[in-house]
Design a protein around this ligand. Sequence first.
Ligand code: PLP
Length: 397
Amino acid sequence: MVNISKREEELPGATIAKFLKIAEERKDIISLGPGEPDFDAPKPIIEYAKKVFSKATHYSPSEGRQEFREAIVEKLKRENKIKCRPENIIATCGSQEAIFIALAATVDVAEEVIVPNPGFLAYIPCVELLSAFPIPLQLREEEEFDINFSRLHRLIGNKTKAIIINSPSNPLGNVIGRKTLEALADVVVEHDLIVFSDEAYEKFVYDDAKHVSIASLNGMFDYTVTFHSFSKSYAMPGFRIGYAAAPEKLIKAMTKIHPYITLAAPTISQMAATFALSLPKRHIQEMGREYDKRRKFIWKRLNEIGMPSVKPKGAFYTFNNIQEYGLSSAEFSEHMLKNAKVAMIPGTEFGLYGEGFIRCSYATALPKIEEAMKRLEAELEVLRSRPRRKNRLFARN
Ligand SMILES: Cc1ncc(COP(=O)(O)O)c(C=O)c1O
């Protein structure tokens, strides 16, 4: 008989995967669940990949192809104001793999990593798989999900090794401003921590928001591992290509670990990604304009119908407060899936402090979002007319 490890058993169940599967199988359900672009990769990238496929059948070096790393150095200089060399870059199977390898290369057993909560659902399991402790930094709606520095200071102790930040954020849709990043940089330097900066959604920022890479701040490159991805910016999640930028010593350590995990990022994907960087920016801008149109619509409608949220400034998510209805996030999602035929992700998938919230993705075509809003509006009316259970779920501790 096969015995599964305790490590595996303790991983959170993939509610998202369950929801997305139901939503995909049932044509009557509209999914506001997706965490990936609904666009295909731009045509020129697909055409290029087809053309060079026969030249891409071999392994790439573990750190990535030289040509890819050089193109990334140029991109980081141009778009992120990060100055570095090819020795500071590693190509990975999506930014997800980069996050895991960077943690494996830096964090020892029983050390602590501060993680945003609510935050991207992979951070906690990645830290736990390495037998380290994720320490949740609560991000609160009434603070527009910005970092609260007195709370952060209370979490830092002699076991703290690193802090993960994610801007633009999945699931919150907020963007960390320059001033907050500067204040964070001071804390990081004072306590000699490492910042893991997940910038997977860097290309999708709206209104007056600006994406700033913490590694571009004075002296911060030496303290930072920056994660980027082609999955969202270029709608290439199936290519599995991302990268990390970090001090050379750390890239060497990550390169040493890489062969034991995936060996290297796919050669074809590195070639396609290098080509993608040479394309005019209009492909990204077109997607960004479409997300922005949907963002304005969905945010306004959700507020009108009784699922308010902070106005999202980045990525393609809204994080909506549903505490009025006296249901837990999981109950609310299940109720809406069953009765309104709309799939949304419970906030608790993103950590303990996501209770009382629901994530809606607008990586879904506008007509579908419009119809989803009508269905939700009708069902929220029904919920409002029901006697409400006294709700202790959302008491602050
Ligand atoms: C915040 C964030 N970081 C990283 C990833 C991983 O993306 P990939 O491995 O496709 O680059 C995702 C995917 O949804 C994400 O939302």
